[in-house]
Design a protein around this ligand. Structure first.
Ligand code: AMP
Length: 206
């Protein structure tokens, strides 16, 4: 089963994907995480991606498509795509190399996003996501790892990323709705409620 998590930055795509990937026996493929790893390793791809990411812009399609395609070749499990595709051209390329069974559209409003992303802290070791509105420690409650703020989680960049989402990624909602595989989920609900709804969708398409 191949599934896409669609939604603006801060909608909770990564958090829900981490919760659900073992239950659905799929690999979590986050293009944002892959790019951040390239940046940490100081690769040419990472250096090139850094400038786009820090300005809140999208990394060029051909770079992202090549990166995803090579990852898919090395996997024989289903994939949970998080943050990919982000443009219609990426979606068309994905159609060439994978059959998509369901698209989960996590919808929310810009005010919620600015609040959520603005207070976001991430564990350096296990990737768990926290928010200063409900968590005030510098250490992860699961593994004790140090929490950090992403360099693209500044107020200015968040607004830019939301604009980019509306212009370049939101058209994918119609793209997948027309294919009859889109499922809308309110991103503002409780995490367990969202996980349960998504699990029910997965059970129907499996
Ligand atoms: P994310 O962690 O998904 O919020 O992604 C962080 C940043 O990585 C984005 O703001 C983009 O600059 C870049 N990025 C991640 N995925 C893609 C993609 N599919 N296409 C283009 N740029 C991407």
């Amino acid at each position: 089963m191949n599934v896409i998590f669609l939604g603006p930055p801060g909608a909770g795509k990564g958090t829900i994907a981490k919760e659900i990937k073992d239950l659905a026996n799929v690999i979590h493929l986050s293009t944002g995480d892959m790019l951040r790893e390239e940046m940490r390793n100081g690769t040419e791809l990472g250096k090139m991606a850094k400038q786009y990411i820090e300005e809140g812009k999208l990394v060029p399609d051909e770079v992202i498509i090549g990166m995803v395609e090579s990852k898919l070749k090395s996997s024989d499990k289903g994939i949970l795509f998080d943050g990919f595709p982000r443009t219609v051209d990426q979606a068309k390329a994905l159609d060439q190399f994978a059959k998509i069974d369901a698209v989960i559209n996590l919808y929310t409003t810009v005010d919620v996003i600015v609040k959520r992303v603005g207070g976001r802290r991430i564990c350096r070791d296990c990737g768990k996501v926290f928010n200063t509105s409900w968590y005030d420690s510098d250490r992860c409650d699961e593994c004790g790892g140090e929490l950090y703020t992403r360099t693209d989680d500044t107020e200015e960049t968040i607004k830019k990323r939301y604009e980019v989402y509306v212009e370049q990624t939101e058209p994918l909602v119609d793209y997948y709705r027309e294919k009859g595989i889109l499922h809308d989920i309110d991103a503002n609900g409780e995490i367990q409620e969202k996980v349960d709804k998504i699990k029910a969708i997965f059970d129907n398409v499996q």
